[in-house]
Design a binder for this molecule. Sequence first.
Ligand code: MSK
Length: 635
Amino acid sequence: MSFESKSQDPASQEMLQLAADKGMETIWDRYEAMQPQCGFGSTGLCCTNCLQGPCRIDPFGEGPSEGICGVRDYSVVARNLVRTIVGGTASHSDHARHVAELLREVAAGHIEGYEVKDEEKLMKVANKLGLETEGKDVNELTKEVAEEAVGNFIGYHGEEMSFLKPMVPEIRYELFKECDIIATGINDVINQAIHRTAMGMDADPVNLIFGGLKAALADFVGCTIGTDLSDIFFGTPQVVESEANLGVLDENAVNLVVHGHEPVLSEKVIETARALEDEAKEAGAENGINVVGICCTGNELLMRQGAPLVANYASQELAIMTGAADAMVVDIQCIMPSLKNVTDCFHTELITTMPHVKIPGARHIQFSDTTADQDAEEIVRTAIDAYGRRNPDTVNIPDHKSKLMAGFSVEALMDAFSKINEEEPISVITDAIAAGDIRGIAVFAGCNNVKTPQDRNHVEVAKELAKNDVLCVATGCVANAFGKNGLLLPEAVEKYAGEGLKKFFSEAADALGMELPLILHMGSCVDNSRAVELGTAIANYLGVDIGDLPLVASAPEAMHEKAVSIGSWAVSLGLPTHVGVDVPITGSSLVTEVGTKIAKDVLDGYFIIEKDPKVAAEKLIAEIDERNWLLEMKA
Ligand code: MSK
């Protein structure tokens, strides 16, 4: 594989050359060594759900057509798909549950060191949940919001999850009810979904898929809680400027890399790093401490603190290979265990922090909510210490970085648009759609996947959509890819936007006195809930369903189980949802048909599995046009 076929990012290519020269292994080497990958697993036809297996069903009809228990291809594929969705739901919601329980403990006075920074958001969430706010102080309201959030996990109300209803138009919620895909609680649905996919359980593929959608909607609730409560704790993002790519590492600073997903840890780390700047300077780092992020912890810190993004998923190992990362502090999710092999070649301290995420050989500094300040101090001092052991001869920081703008929460957008229309800021978008300046909106989500050159599909789909006047918003590692490629800048509008989109941005800039970037960075994986909030606000303003809007989703380089659950709830919400890599459902024509065709009849949304970025963009634009036409018919 050439470096270009591994990554579109010039900084990654440079580091891959260095890795090759020094004989250091990367994710791409392991991918090559893994070829050919198992055809049964790739098509979803391998069942390992009992000890009689593994059972492999022959998709060509020449070998076994049933598993040992008699299970058919469609049941195996559907069960595997549901388990993948549930993996995503468990990940997002475990993250959200941590924040919810922390909020409850802080409100109860059991934990110090965290506080409600955004009372306005607290009030907004309380109102959204229909809580009585009159005469209640911040602490009382915090307690109630936290209890409500925790209740969504255990379903103790015996009712539907309360964070779901206010996030979607009424008509969509009724459809969820008709389809029976609303769970009583996030934990309940995870429990049920794992059970229903066990040996001897649900074998009906359609019933299984609806069970999967139930888990996916629970994932959406987990994401929403994660976003809302993090905003309450750490502040709702506002527009910030920063930078992205390996070039943000600073040779003259202690480089402290945070990686994972939870702002509960990284917010403490950055706060402590700022407090300990002098210690770093005393240790010889003339520029103090440079906190930079990878994956969604990076996005969380970028959105609220303006911290630069050093890498997205595929280049996490490369950040260490620069020889300039003094510590990499990881919390949860998307952390390659191989990081330890790379840190072994350098002075870098790999620090795990969560009780359920340890890596053999890595230093573990247990991060506990009750001792957060002390734990963060230990982490930052470990990084300062490591800086003293840095070998300048092994430092190779690629000279590639791009400026970017981020922080586009719905609140930040509405604040800005209220300068154009104070009463109805959302109409700035709906008017532009009605005028045809904005043809549609695309929500970009997801990761890097080594099966496709890093960042290439992201950038190509987005450029094609922008050229066709589609307004793009993004979260997660795709947003990082856009940052590295200069697409999160106003300059990109002139370069890549179609005439309609240019007109929209130019009129907005005149009215706002501020230029907006081509693509709006909305945050981390859980912050896909922000995109739904925006879609629902548009739908409610127009008096239509979210599934009627010219609103599509795209995950051109989806990788994690979380991307599958996000995609599944996007389909449930009525969004045509593009995935740019193969999904292991092709072993069953029935499951594939349901996901890519029949879902549209039931939910409006469906999966578009398309590896060619140009063709994917064409398919998404065709969907957008069909929806615009249908909306006009309805009007
Ligand atoms: S970090 S889930 S690789 S977006 Fe959220 Fe990136 Fe995907 Fe992890």
